[in-house]
Design a protein around this ligand. Sequence first.
Ligand code: C2E
Ligand code: CA
Ligand code: CA
Ligand code: CA
Length: 279
Amino acid sequence: AKGKGGNSLHFYSQQMFDDFQNRLALESDLKLALAQQQFTLHLQPKINLANRKLQGLEALLRWHSPARGMVSPDEFIAVLELAHLMIPVGYWVIEQSFRIMVQLQAAGFKDATLAINLSAAQLNDTKLPTFLDGLLQQHQLSAALFELELTESMLANNINETIKSMQRLKSRGFRLAIDDFGTGYSSLSYLRQMPVDTIKIDKSFVFGMLDNQADFDIITSTIAMVRKLGLEVVAEGVETQAQCKTLTQHQCDIGQGYLFSRPIPSDTLIEQLQANLHD
Ligand code: C2E
Ligand code: CA
Ligand code: CA
Ligand code: CA
């Protein structure tokens, strides 16, 4: 073996090695994050465009890492998935979301829905429905108050199993949404088979809609199609009054974006809602 040289590392680039090291470090930090409660949820309002009232909220995961600062989920969700941490972190997100719903109800927002993002691993987790049943029972809440957001890309493989998982959640009364609509490869024919309530048009189309004819056409025709199917349509990433006005004119049901509010810590948002209510 001597001479053959045990340094197989040279077959890989230094870049690959660094990436691997970084991922391992991130993974071990994320394990600690869960144990040490470094995650929090921020909430972003969803606004009914016809009457400008609060329709619901979306829970968005945040990681306050002591070493790294505030880390966006785009930087760590994929690593959670690879490290098989998405299911435990997902359970934590769901439990927190139920707590938030209890607070919303107590604050007088009886109809506001709360959207929870689910990853593919969670949707395929056979223990998820029982876990949800337990929480509904414990908090005496209606499943219809929650909307579970699934991304279009999750629907790509094993569509029949995916539809079965969706039906298990739907049969309990949970609302289901397709997130990032327009960015994946899901066929429109599946839309008919899936028990979904809501379609969320990806923000990339909203960003471009007033400068780019193709984005505009995609937005307006998606709104029309979704409404025709009897589903609710949400535009995410609404940042300007002009976008909001055009979306409202084209009968988009709901808007979500920085124009209305950035995602903010759940306690702060609930305090603000209570203050508005007592104005
Ligand atoms: P998403 O579900 O598509 O969430 C929307 C993202 O757009 C959020 O990013 C939100 O902060 C951002 N956003 C909202 N309005 C605007 C706007 O007007 N302009 C711009 N530029 N951005 C806007 P965030 O919070 O960084 O989350 C990124 C993604 O991470 C989410 O995309 C979702 O896929 C994932 N994620 C977040 N929380 C969870 C979670 O609890 N579980 C799972 N599985 N995924 C999550
Ligand atoms: Ca979402
Ligand atoms: Ca989205
Ligand atoms: Ca997204």
